[in-house]
Design a protein around this ligand. Structure first.
Ligand SMILES: [Zn+2]
Length: 459
């Protein structure tokens, strides 16, 4: 096929473009005038737009939030959504994370796989289409985001500025085959104040570090008379082998062990906070605090699907709702909880959030903040999904099928986009890790897939 040859012809140029992009450290920094995400992301955007211009594409820089290049004519537009910002390099590198090194087989450095490499592949896919001269009915636009890793304010700005919405398209910032469903994600913070006067006193409670991580450790300090501490230890200390009860000078220390996991699949872990709350639930605290702990211990505890809260939604496309208490932080008078829950792709916020909120309100909690990202779902029979699957099936040895995930990809940031690549089944995931690199052959294969897909979507 002609397109494949045209992509292959530019193998060296593709590597050169990617190496240049990797050499620009594009981690979000403090905003500068006209540079909302700092120097690095703006420089990398300017670089990619210049590369696109050299290929003869129209380009546009949208206030250094993002930019795009475009080819073709027609009233409708097909888009590829990539991003040029990266996460910080972190520790453990044996190569320069911003050296753009290559040994002829791989390109090394932060962003090679996520997402400078795949974005470069998309750019060269568009170049192959242009070089081929095939007639197209739709324009093709490559969107270069610069804030995917830290909030997607890039695409928010694009939409606010009246940026054109594609009729269809994909983001090479997920995995193959086609991710046609992503659960809705809600991060909610609740707070509860209470008075304590009784003989058993909660001094402090803590566990977890982020909404989206199942915590592996949680602990509470209880103040009480030594005799009462021993009595509680004897009564409750043996119930759960993963909860340790220790007599300490001020009373008792209760520590729960869990197993860390990503909140998108909490069933793969064990929530230490839930375990701790279940252990504390029966203790004779003052009524207000007792009610709070009993509610949390009994309605959540170690459950990961919101069963006892009555919000265990489920659909055949994406399975059950998942729920994770990510963080607990409390002292003698106030407790804060950070909860991450994800509802199935065919359900909505209204199917679960009001129910959960009402029960927390009944238990004396106040909702202090909430962030919601709607579910994404495109029927797998939709034409453009079928087109992507066909191309993938023809150009790889893998089975073309759609998948639904619990995580959220960049696809959610603008309408009519699904995640398509760049990671093939069985590939090692190196994004966000030390020594990130990408195989040049994989980049070229991605460019071939994208060229063919864009051709069929735009012809
Ligand atoms: Zn990414």
């Amino acid at each position: 096929m002609e397109l494949a040859k045209l992509v292959e012809k530019n193998r060296e140029a593709m590597v050169r473009t990617l190496r240049g992009a990797v050499r620009i450290k594009s981690v979000q920094e403090e905003a500068l005038p006209g540079k909302p995400f700092g120097q690095g992301p703006a420089r990398c955007l300017a670089y990619m737009l210049e590369e696109a211009e050299k290929m003869g594409f129209r380009t546009c820089n949208v206030d250094n939030y993002m930019g795009w290049c475009e080819y073709g004519e027609g009233p409708e537009m097909v888009a590829v959504l990539g991003h040029l910002d990266v996460v910080p390099e972190g520790d453990g590198w044996t190569r320069d994370p911003y050296g753009g090194e290559t040994d002829g087989t791989n390109v090394y450095g932060r962003g090679t796989m996520d997402d400078k490499g795949p974005t470069t592949a998309a750019l060269y896919a568009l170049k192959a289409l242009k070089d081929s001269g095939v007639p197209l009915k739709r324009r093709i636009r490559i969107l270069f985001g610069t804030n995917e890793e830290t909030g997607s304010r890039d695409m928010q700005h694009y939409l606010e500025q009246g940026g054109e919405i594609p009729v269809c398209g994909f983001t090479p910032d997920g995995e193959y085959p086609v991710i046609n469903g992503e659960k809705g994600i809600i991060n909610v913070t609740f707070e509860r104040e209470y008075d304590q006067t009784g003989p058993l006193f909660l001094e402090g409670i803590k566990g977890g570090s982020a909404f989206n991580v199942v915590p592996a450790l949680a602990s509470a300090i209880l103040r009480c008379e030594p005799a009462e501490g021993i009595r509680l230890l004897e009564k409750y200390g043996e119930k759960d082998p993963k909860v340790r009860w220790e007599v300490i000078p001020e009373g008792l220390k209760v520590t729960a062990q869990g197993v860390q996991a990503h909140a998108a699949s909490p069933e793969k872990g064990e929530n230490a906070i839930g375990r701790l709350l279940a252990a504390l639930a029966p203790l004779p605290f003052d009524p207000a605090l007792h009610q709070t702990l009993a509610f949390l211990g009994e309605k959540i505890g170690l459950e990961v699907h919101g069963e006892s809260l009555g919000i265990c939604l489920e659909d055949p496309e994406s399975g059950k709702l998942s729920l994770n208490i990510g963080v607990i932080q409390g002292d003698a008078g106030k407790m804060t909880l950070k909860i991450n829950y994800r509802y199935p792709v065919t359900k909505s916020y209204g199917d679960c959030a009001p129910k959960l909120d009402a029960q927390f309100a009944d238990a004396g909690f106040q909702k202090v903040s909430e962030a919601h990202k709607k579910a994404l779902y495109v029927d797998p029979r939709t034409d453009y999904i079928q087109t992507l699957l066909q191309v993938y099936g023809e150009l790889t040895e893998f089975a073309p099928k759609t998948i639904c995930i619990g995580g959220g990809t960049y696809a959610k940031s603008i309408p009519n986009i699904v995640a398509f690549g760049p990671i093939f089944p069985g590939d090692t995931v190196r994004e966000h890790l030390p020594n990130e690199y990408w195989e040049i052959d994989k980049m070229v294969l991605n460019a071939r897939i994208y060229a063919e897909a864009l051709y069929r979507l735009a012809k």
